[in-house]
Design a protein around this ligand. Sequence first.
Ligand code: PNS
Length: 168
Amino acid sequence: MRLAVYPGSFDPITKGHIDILERSSRLFDRIVVAVIHNVNKKELFTLEERKEMIREATQHLPNVEVDCFSGLLVDYIVQKGACAIVRGLRTVSDFEYELHMAMMNHHMLPEVDTIFIMSTSKYFYISSSMVKEAALLGGPVGDLVPPNVEARLREKWRQRKEGKGVSD
Ligand code: PNS
């Protein structure tokens, strides 16, 4: 049983993440999407909301499950008995950060490798932060996130608009 962990913030999950999951789920027997629980970071969605959105959006992938972790990723990898870390790569700017993280993780846990999957060209520019920024200003993000996530972003936008008394 070859188990891989796909860690991240997923605030929220995008079609780019789903693409990486669809492709990596063909390479491993099981993939655990590990959502980081970082109490110091201000996320738009709560941990439970992020996990729920991932579950809803990955129902077509039977070997994908959703979990969360806090602390060091390598400790979680050992606890799960995983053989690999999956990360998506989009641009050159991703590369430096990802390289450092993969090297640090490899330094701490040499028996586990990070497997990078190149983003599909149509999702190259998608990031959760850009999606959030556009959506919270009322921009169309339906092509960038699964429908369940789009609905939740719309709800956040509506709540903010009402809270600030902004009119259409
Ligand atoms: O989606 P993100 O925010 O780019 O994911 C980053 C994540 C969660 C994979 C990374 O920050 C992480 O693994 N954090 C846990 C702490 C850790 O183990 N850091 C790496 C070695 S210092």
